[in-house]
Design a protein around this ligand. Structure first.
Ligand SMILES: NC(=O)c1ccc[n+]([C@@H]2O[C@H](COP(=O)([O-])OP(=O)(O)OC[C@H]3O[C@@H](n4cnc5c(N)ncnc54)[C@H](OP(=O)(O)O)[C@@H]3O)[C@@H](O)[C@H]2O)c1
Length: 68
């Protein structure tokens, strides 16, 4: 399944990494996606980073975990 994470912080980063590690295609998004390289590397080969606009078009599911 393709899953976009909008808000790749503590919650989005942790849950998205778990989904990536069981084989889902996960796009972590950020207003500054270049800052997500360590998260993407830790999540493994089925994870990548992108913009929020890319996250909105990539996906089967959007996980919204922005700061409240
Ligand atoms: N941490 C917990 O234990 C916990 C428990 C229960 C519920 N929650 C809830 O889960 C949500 C996320 O918490 P968190 O601890 O993961 O927060 P966090 O680490 O601060 O991450 C939130 C992310 O939201 C993004 N963000 C902030 N403002 C934004 C905006 N205006 N537009 C787009 N993206 C924005 C930031 O991404 P960029 O700066 O990279 O764009 C940031 O990485 C919150 O609503 C919180 O109340 C957290």
């Amino acid at each position: 399944m393709k899953i976009s994470v909008i808000g790749s912080g503590g919650i989005g980063g942790t849950v998205g990494t778990l989904w990536a590690k069981v084989g889902h295609e996960v796009l972590f998004s950020s207003r500054n996606p270049e800052k997500l390289s360590a998260l993407v590397a830790a999540a493994g080969a089925s994870a990548k980073a992108g913009t929020i606009v890319e996250a909105a078009s990539f996906t089967d599911v959007i996980f919204l975990a922005v700061y409240y």
